[in-house]
Design a protein around this ligand. Structure first.
Ligand SMILES: CC(C)(COP(=O)(O)OP(=O)(O)OC[C@H]1O[C@@H](n2cnc3c(N)ncnc32)[C@H](O)[C@@H]1OP(=O)(O)O)[C@@H](O)C(=O)NCCC(=O)NCCS
Length: 171
């Protein structure tokens, strides 16, 4: 059994260790990290999963973070969520934990009023959550457009959402 909770500063070192373990070296060179540099992840949506043990919880078995981003230019720019990184410790992969982290955080995002989520990832995995190829969106290069995926959290949440995905601090 795993317990999901929002990430706190006490979790951060373990979460970073998990991401380093789960991803190829140099993950921070990816273009998606340029959208994150110097911007804090969204604390209300970034979750950690720990094994429930008595008397103390186990280590971090999975984690997910979200960042705010903008899509498009000028007055028409729309706020969106950038999902990721998400990772599950290799000893717990395939147990449904990744899905739990994604479903739980998406529900929190919807409740918080977010309308759309974008990510760069494997479509065969994210399709089950409703993500589809993000038509009309472009992402800072180098990014394979087939890996750029989007999900509307509300009806029409992707309508008219077009253009370049940008850092949230750019106006
Ligand atoms: C991707 C990841 C988060 C999934 O978490 P998980 O807890 O292992 O996944 P779940 O248990 O929820 O789902 C397992 C299912 O997803 C499938 N799956 C896992 N990764 C996949 C991928 N990259 N592409 C397609 N399917 C994938 C598994 O084959 C399994 O399929 P099944 O249900 O038909 O048996 C985890 O494998 C991981 O940390 N991978 C390394 C880091 C990474 O790649 N992160 C995502 C970046 S796109």
């Amino acid at each position: 059994m795993f317990r999901l909770s929002t990430e706190t500063p006490d979790d951060t070192a373990e979460v970073e260790y998990l991401f380093d373990l789960a991803f190829a070296p140099g993950r921070e060179a990816l273009s998606s990290y340029r959208l994150r540099d110097g911007i804090a992840p969204l604390a209300a949506l970034s979750l950690v999963a720990r094994e429930q043990r008595e008397p103390e919880a186990g280590g971090v078995a999975g984690a997910i973070r979200y960042w705010p981003i903008l899509v498009g230019n000028g007055a028409g720019a729309k706020k969106a969520l950038l999902l990721g990184p998400v990772a599950v410790h290799p000893t717990h992969q395939g147990e449904g934990l990744g899905a739990s982290l994604i479903w739980d955080s998406l529900a929190r995002a919807r409740s918080a009023g977010w309308k759309r989520v974008i990510l760069v990832g494997d479509a065969p995995y994210y399709r089950r959550f409703g993500f589809r190829r993000a038509e009309g969106l472009s992402f800072p290069p180098p990014t394979n457009p087939n890996r750029l995926l989007a999900l509307a959290l509300v009806d029409g949440g992707l309508d008219g959402v077009r253009g370049m995905v940008r850092r949230f601090d750019q106006t």
